[in-house]
Design a protein around this ligand. Structure first.
Ligand code: AMP
Length: 190
């Protein structure tokens, strides 16, 4: 099972990805979590990535690709994966596809959680209060949403053209969102 989540910040990607990973016994690979870990451990990748994370900008493609591709290929040998936060732009998606295609590992479904700007902002400000993530301040949230619109949203067409896009209304309760994802996957024989 090879899945990916495509959703704006605050849409519930991480929560849903965790649930799907448990349900299918696959690995949850979050590029944001991996990058935050590198930053916390002050590794060379972390030192390079820190200012991008702080500003809410995308970390350069080469850095992210190098960090994540091996993990994806590795997770594939253990039943599959759900990607959360990767790919984040067309170039990452195309590069990942080239690698995956050669190895026969292309994704089965791309799950889009549709959540309005206002709702994303509301949820992220809530999370800032409870989890204190540095990039959840209001100015950075607005910038991350802009980055999502310009860099990541075009991936909807990319995956729709490949016939693997699943669209879900992400403003419903967490349980209903999970249920609808599972139904849509089942309808595709997954
Ligand atoms: P997230 O946890 O998915 O909201 O990601 C937090 C931050 O990590 C983003 O604002 C980016 O700075 C960085 N990041 C996560 N995934 C990627 C990616 N695939 N490409 C570039 N930057 C990323």
């Amino acid at each position: 099972m090879r899945l990916l989540m495509l959703a704006p910040p605050g849409a519930g990607k991480g929560t849903q990805a965790d649930r799907l990973a448990q349900r299918f016994g696959i690995e949850h690979i979050s590029s944001g979590d991996l990058l935050r870990k590198e930053v916390a451990e002050a590794t060379p990748v972390g030192m390079l990535a820190k200012s991008y994370l702080d500003q809410g900008d995308l970390v350069p493609d080469e850095v992210v690709m190098k960090m994540i591709l091996d993990r994806i290929v590795d997770a594939d040998t253990r039943g599959g994966y759900i990607l959360d936060g990767f790919p984040r732009n067309l170039r990452q998606a195309e590069r990942a596809y080239e690698v995956a295609k050669d190895l026969g590992l292309t994704i089965d479904a791309a799950i889009h959680l549709d959540v309005s700007h206002d709702e994303s902002i509301r949820r992220l400000l809530d999370r800032h209060g409870s989890q204190g993530r540095a990039d959840d301040s209001e100015a950075t949230i607005r910038h991350r949403l802009e980055v999502f619109e310009t860099a990541t949203l075009p991936l909807l067409n990319y995956y729709e053209d490949r016939g693997v896009l699943i669209r879900i209304n992400g403003e419903q309760s967490v349980d209903v969102v999970t249920e609808e994802i599972l139904e849509a996957l089942a309808a595709r024989g997954l």
